[in-house]
Design a protein around this ligand. Structure first.
Ligand code: CMP
Length: 299
């Protein structure tokens, strides 16, 4: 019959896949989706042993698939090309025609054939329509092959090229690398909205960002300036939160290349140190009434 799993190469069409210079193909996800996939990985006895950085890469590279009721996701005995996370819906697991159990959302599966290069040990079928995140074998292997150290070095040399961080002592820069995350924005998508409460400091790793602001007498927000690779924004949030660090200790890491301000404080230094770094830039932003800044990626 027809194989449940396509070969990995045919799988990407139609998905929002981003190609980024220092990265492999990634699919943008909101923070609740990332958390769901991460929880699923951490719930899996085999996958939870993976390196956290590899895990993050896996989360970033998974792409979405919808299965209809009755459709096979995995066929026992076949070679395995994908690792999956169930986000929504219900699946059943069978072996030799016997029902072994059900799978509910926040479950990772299909890991055995991928990790141990064996045939699929069970059949997995959609009982209802199912919303599933998938990662193909080739991407999984390329993530695993890349050493954590190589990625760290890439981030390290990028951060070193950022004017704000150029003079930071090595060990502090290394700590920033540890808490760094990467986020992706489509052309025209807003990163920060005018008037919004900010909690994230951004450094642009690729592309350009357009800053606009509402001006009296104009209906459309006016373009103030363009930021490019190595430029940063959102630093006002860092300084504000630094003063209230206790309140923000629970802040999740949501955006990248960026870090939550509470962490930034622990990682990089005191408020005074940071302020010295940012003083000039913040003054410039104050002149522009930075609390009203609106930032978007240039279409
Ligand atoms: P894999 O063998 O790659 O493909 C089938 C998947 O079903 C397997 O990985 C596991 O993720 C999952 N699986 C296997 N046996 C069971 C079981 N007894 N209960 C639940 N899930 C299982």
């Amino acid at each position: 019959g027809v194989s449940a799993e396509p070969t990995s190469g045919h799988f990407c069409g139609g998905f929002r896949v981003h190609h980024v210079s220092i990265e492999r193909a990634r699919v943008r996800k909101d923070s609740s989706t990332k958390k769901l996939i991460n929880d699923a990985i951490m719930n899996n006895d085999f996958l939870k042993k993976l390196d956290p950085q590899h895990m993050r890469e896996m989360v970033d590279c998974m792409y979405e698939r919808i299965y209809t009721e009755g459709q096979l996701v995995i066929q026992e005995g076949e070679p395995g090309n994908f690792l999956y996370v169930l986000a929504d819906g219900l699946l059943e697991v069978m072996q030799n025609g016997k029902l072994l159990g059900e799978m509910r959302p926040r479950t990772a599966f299909g890991e055995l054939a991928i990790l141990y290069n064996c045939k699929r040990t069970a059949t997995v079928k959609a009982v209802s329509q199912a919303h599933i995140w998938a990662l193909d074998r080739q991407t999984f292997q390329s993530i695993m092959m890349k050493s954590t150290q190589a990625t760290q070095e890439e981030y390290f040399s990028f951060l070193r090229s950022v004017s704000l961080l150029r003079d930071l002592p090595e060990e502090k820069l290394a700590k920033i690398v540890d808490c760094l995350e990467i986020d992706y924005f489509d052309k025209g998508e807003y990163i920060i909205r005018e008037g919004e409460e900010g909690n994230t400091f951004f450094i642009i790793a690729k592309g350009e960002v357009c800053v606009t602001q509402t001006t009296e007498g104009c209906t459309e927000p006016q373009e103030i300036k363009t930021l490019g690779v190595g430029d940063y924004f959102g630093e006002k949030a860092l300084i504000r939160y630094d003063l209230f660090a206790d309140l923000f200790n629970h802040l999740k890491m949501e955006k990248k290349l960026c870090f939550p301000s509470s962490n930034f404080n622990q990682m990089v230094g005191t408020y005074e140190e940071l302020q010295a770094y940012l003083k000039e830039y913040v003054e410039e932003l104050s002149r522009l009434e930075a609390t009203k800044l609106l930032i978007a990626v240039i279409p």
